[in-house]
Structure formats: C-alpha cells, structure tokens
Design a binder for this molecule. Sequence first.
Ligand SMILES: [Zn+2]
Length: 263
Amino acid sequence: MGYKTFKIMQDVTLIRDNDVCIYLVEGENSAIVIDTGYGFFDLKSKAEEITDKPLAAVFTHGHIDHAFGGHYFDRVFMSREDLPVYEKHTDLKKQMVNGEISDFIKKLGLSKAELEAWSRARPDKIEFVAHGDTFDIGGNLLEFITLKGHTPGSIGILDRKHRILFSGDGVINHVWMQLPESGTIDEYLRTLNSLDTYLTDFDFICTGHSKEPMPADFIGKMKLTLSELLEGAVGTPYENPVAGGMIYRQNGCEVVYLPERIK
Ligand SMILES: [Zn+2]
C-alpha cells in the first residue's frame, strides 16, 4: 500500500494515491505538490524520494481525496472559498474512523490508533490563494486560476512552462456537479468560458483522477455538453452512495447533476 509514481515529463511526476492523482512539479529552486490525496501515508517522504528541493503543497479543492495529506508539509495553499468544504470533510474523516470502517480503509492495513491520528491531523496553517495569484518555483511561475463549479473554491494550477493545466476535479471527464457545494451548470459553463484567455497557454490537462493527461480541447467538448444541458437535454438516473443525481453522457464527457440546479 502507499503511493505509485509515474514520470509524466521532465520535472513533472504523477503520484497515485488509490484512484487519486497527485502531481509533483519541480522548479529550479523549489517544488510544489499539487493535491495531497487522502494523506494516510507520508506524502512528503514520497516526494523527497523524487526531489531534494524545498516543498510546498496546494489543494485544488477541499475534498477528502485531495486535501488531507497537507499536514506533511510546512507550507500549504488553497482557496479561501473552499474552506467550508475542507472543514466539512475534516468532520467526515472523523466519522469515517469512528463509525463503520469502510472496506477501502480496511484494506490499507492501518491500526485504529493510526487511523485516529490521521483523522486528527491537519496542517498548522493554510495560506489562501486567489485567482491570478502566482507561485514561483524557479524558472517556472505557476498561476492559480479559478475553476469553480464542482466546488466554490476549486482552482487550477497553470504551468505555462510545461504547458499543463492541473485541474483537480474542476475540469475532468466525469464531473460531479450534484454535490450541495457545487454550482449550477450555468455557473460552471461561465467558469469554463473564462478559461478562453488561457487556451494558448496549455496543451494538456492533468486531472485529479484520470491517469493520462487529456488534450486541452477537452474544455470545448465539456462546454458543448453543458450547453446541451442548458438547452434542455436530459440525462439518466445516477445512483451513488455519496451523492446521487442524473448523469448526462455526451461528447466524451460525463456530467453528474441535479435537474433543479441547471440554472
Ligand atoms: Zn472533488
């Protein structure tokens, strides 16, 4: 158990945590870890097997499968808009350990004491970043851009040097828009339209779950799919123990949504 690593290109490594994608991007002076998975195992040590540069971490959003390895790092960034989601999932972590332990967690082989320590762990401090803020890792100025929709504080990390947008769950082929914290389909389409100014800056999208990078033109396909929903297209029922709704599959995209949250 633990992490598996895959080199995507020079200075960009994918670290897999179960079904979650964590990325390590190295600059000339420092390195950044994009998303931190569930945080069951020491992510910083794993990253230090790959780089000896100082590390910081950023959460693309506050969900349990992205933001809970932050306690391994001295510097952690996220959007302030996702703090309520982060706190809600902090409570969820405690419920997961105190209630019925899921098969997924049982398979990790951790003791009750280790799971309790995990449920309590959090970074000493979280630094908030906003749309347009940058972070310089040396020879590579990363920019944080809003991807709000899946959650209100979802952010992408734009890496113009490697021509990648790291998108978390904000731009992904199977997007969850049915959560209480998700925006409407209309709002999400506006977010994707706002990416037009960056489309010449990246060729690939590295998402929070798909192992292979997606081509940048995926955004156009998702915009078309959202437009169809806004124009009255209807999906089929989607059942999920976490959050059900409807699912609309079209143009290589899957959008999970609630009919009352289109506009
Ligand atoms: Zn998410």
